[in-house]
Ligand binder design. Structure first.
Ligand code: CA
Length: 222
């Protein structure tokens, strides 16, 4: 899961980034509100963590601008313990959740997963397509109940495809969702990971849509 982190406090920011990475998130960290608004506008993030007190552009204005542009990426705001009016203003501006500093990293990770689930109309903890079940909390993938070993990048790819089941995603869209900044992405990286995934999953799980991209199909309603 690719997360945008907007926090101007160096110590807190680096702690959050390290902690979220440990929880399996891909984290891009910006330190001011203007950069946060620009990055959110790309739509490349599944979810964002936003400090409200940011230089250059206030966190509330970041939220307002983002929502005004029609970007619906879920946003969790970080606020100080006594900042009740700021929290209310954040939620009213279009934030989806908040946490009070200091933040418990496990709680933050769980809330981010819940926000992503909600944004994708996914009511339960696990994603399921046919015999394949993916658990975002434990990062485990099973096929017919049997654990399957998938690498980190393969897991992120499968997670992205399953979250968007029924939607064809292009190679570029998958790259944006799966790679954080600073990663050299070779031109056939996605194809290679898909190839590896296919050897581990039932044959028809990931379909290639020629000239467009890849899709996993929603399970048919019973
Ligand atoms: Ca701040």
């Amino acid at each position: 899961m690719r997360v945008l982190l907007a926090e101007d406090d160096e110590l807190l920011g680096s702690g959050l980034r390290a902690g979220l990475r440990q929880q399996g998130f891909q984290v891009d960290w910006v330190r001011d509100g203007h950069a946060a608004a620009c990055e959110l506008n790309t739509g490349n993030y599944l979810v964002a963590v936003l400090d409200l007190g940011l230089p250059r552009l206030d966190g509330l204005d970041v939220i307002a601008q983002t929502r005004a542009r029609g970007v619906s990426t879920p946003i969790l705001v970080l606020t100080a313990r006594d900042a009740v009016p700021a929290r209310i203003a954040g939620l009213d501006a279009g934030a989806d959740d908040y946490l009070i500093k200091p933040v418990d990293l496990h709680e933050l990770a769980a809330r981010l997963r819940a926000l992503v689930r909600r944004a994708h109309d996914q009511p339960t903890r696990c994603l399921r397509v046919g015999a394949v079940v993916l658990d975002p909390a434990s990062h485990q993938v099973t096929v017919d109940g049997q654990l399957v070993e998938v690498g980190g990048r393969e897991y992120d790819l499968l997670h992205t495809l399953m979250l968007n089941a029924g939607r064809v995603l292009s190679r570029a869209q998958l790259e944006q969702q799966v790679y954080q900044w600073g990663h050299e992405v070779s031109s056939n990286a996605i194809e290679v990971h898909i190839h590896h995934l296919r050897r581990k999953l039932p044959a028809d799980t990931i379909e290639t849509v020629r000239g467009v991209g890849y899709v996993v199909h929603r399970p048919l309603a019973p």
